[in-house]
Design a protein around this ligand. Structure first.
Ligand code: AVI
Length: 318
């Protein structure tokens, strides 16, 4: 546009300076190519993730919802009634009403990086619950955030095993920073996916309908769209593998043949079979989850699991 032109900038200079551009160029320049999972969630990616949560193979969402329902009374007793609830990464906020009811919450503070997505979800919630005070905060919950003034103690909500998408050191940093944000006497209600049979895990991340594959491949579409990329997407396929020694599912995009392409004018070549590592999803035994709590300054107060030991719902105290 005119303004860019006057400032001596072109559309691609602007793109070059975005976090996404920096992460992609840096990640594709490494010997082992990698792009952080947070970049999955453009509009299409967020829609595809919503679809994933409804897949028969993807057990975490419905299992966690079942746990929130089954333990509503205990949650109220342990986390406290009438306390402001702060949700980290609210997204579409489908589980939120369950916690709000369990805790008889009157003030709800959703934090989400996508302002638009957040606004849409909140309009729905506001219509359903006219008495609820909603104070949305558009921002990145992995960065230090200033909360509006609230009468504590506060309850943090971090469902969906999003913590699993962080490596152990970052998970500890993040949970510690939640403690600082929430302050004294806080509680954290957190969902953490459990270790289990490798087959079950790999199927959950490689469903028969191919939705997870599409979610993974959408990252390449996003690069082509937003970063002037020339990636031949057909060459790539989705792969999900359980790494037992690290305790995580890894998602990769595998090149089916030698391929070369450019992103923002920079040239990249990949060999047949070489991958771009796009996501880690760490799984924790109940004991490991409690160690994680203690390592990040929280005291584990309670946890529940489902009859098939699939998922853990935890309450921690500051
Ligand atoms: C958002 N996050 C907790 C999901 C997970 O299970 O790690 C993302 C996801 N990736 C593939 N399927 C779901």
């Amino acid at each position: 546009s005119e303004t860019w032109h006057e400032a001596g900038m072109t559309a691609s200079t602007v793109a070059l300076e975005s976090d996404f551009a920096k992460a992609v160029l840096a990640g594709l320049s490494q010997t082992r190519k990698v792009i952080p999972a947070r970049y999955f969630y453009d509009m299409r990616g967020s829609e595809l993730f919503e679809e994933i949560t409804e897949l028969p193979e993807y057990y975490p969402t419905r299992t966690e919802i079942g746990l929130l329902r089954a333990h509503a009374d205990d949650l109220g007793r342990l986390a406290g009634h009438n306390r402001p609830v702060i949700e980290f990464g609210a997204g579409s906020a489908t589980k939120t009403p369950l916690l709000l009811d369990a805790l008889r919450t009157t003030t709800y503070v959703p934090i989400d990086i996508s302002g638009d997505f957040l606004e849409e979800a909140m309009a729905g919630l506001a219509a359903e619950r006219p008495a609820l005070r909603i104070v949305p905060v558009a921002g990145d919950f992995t960065q230090a955030l200033e909360l509006p003034h609230l009468d504590g103690p506060l309850v943090g909500f971090f469902p969906g095993s999003t913590i699993g998408n962080f490596d152990h050191a970052s998970a500890v940093d993040l949970l510690r920073s939640f403690g600082q944000t929430l302050g004294e006497g806080a509680r954290l209600v957190i969902g953490i996916d459990r270790k289990k049979d490798a087959r079950l895990l790999e199927t959950a991340y490689d469903d028969a309908a191919g939705v997870t594959a599409e979610f993974n491949l959408n990252l390449l579409h996003r690069i082509n769209r937003e970063l002037d990329g020339t990636i031949p997407i057909d060459v790539f396929s989705h792969c999900a593998v359980w790494q037992d020694s690290i305790g995580r599912i890894e998602m990769h995009l595998v090149a089916g043949r030698e391929v070369s392409f450019s992103v923002l004018g920079q040239r990249f070549t990949m060999n047949a079979g070489e991958t771009i590592h796009t996501e880690n999803s760490h799984k924790y035994s109940l004991e490991e989850a409690r160690l994680l709590a203690r390592a990040s300054g929280w005291e584990p107060l309670a946890f529940w699991t489902d009859p098939d030991d699939l998922f853990g719902l935890h309450v921690w105290g500051a």
